[in-house]
Design a protein around this ligand. Sequence first.
Ligand SMILES: *[C@@H]1O[C@H](CO)[C@@H](O)[C@H](O)[C@H]1NC(C)=O
Ligand SMILES: *[C@@H]1O[C@H](CO)[C@@H](O)[C@H](O)[C@H]1NC(C)=O
Length: 170
Amino acid sequence: MTFLIHFKALLLYLIFSECVFGVPLDFDQQKRIKWGLLKPKTSIPFQDCGSEFDIVELNISSCTELPCQMPRGTPVNVSTMFNDFGKSPNLLKHRVRWDIQSVKTDARVTPDPCFEKNECFYEEIEGTVSLATVFVNSNLPLFIGTMDWEVMDDSDERVMCYKVPIVITP
Ligand SMILES: *[C@@H]1O[C@H](CO)[C@@H](O)[C@H](O)[C@H]1NC(C)=O
Ligand SMILES: *[C@@H]1O[C@H](CO)[C@@H](O)[C@H](O)[C@H]1NC(C)=O
């Protein structure tokens, strides 16, 4: 009984601290991993540029180190896990641009828009997962830059924005 009360208190504290500070504290994260409440996350580092949703994890299939390698003319899988704070959008619209030496080039993404029925986003216990494939334009110069990714919801409101350092490779 006492254990349960302590456990509930710990949970409330963890939830509360996350709401207040936005990002989970390292200590809490370690504790939650230990308690089996959270899997360790292996996100690719990214720069958030004003997301409404909380991006918890980002995976890019071609990326093992920074800057992420983007082989010209190939499809690259990008998945994110995010907390939508109960907003549950019906669809996600992507806008992706390569920013190479301040020249922005639109990228093609599929499926776009992404509807839940297309299985490109679904809810898991730890958050909502979004899956997309971006095509690396074959005419991009072989330079370092960023991949700028924006996601809009049903009402065209921007809910996610992140930038990842990339390098275009042959
Ligand atoms: C991307 O995802 C598709 C569909 O799940 C899969 O068939 C393909 O092998 C993936 N590609 C890479 C490079 O991981
Ligand atoms: C990211 O990759 C890790 C390791 O393969 C996997 O466990 C996790 O579920 C992936 N997350 C997303 C959002 O795709």
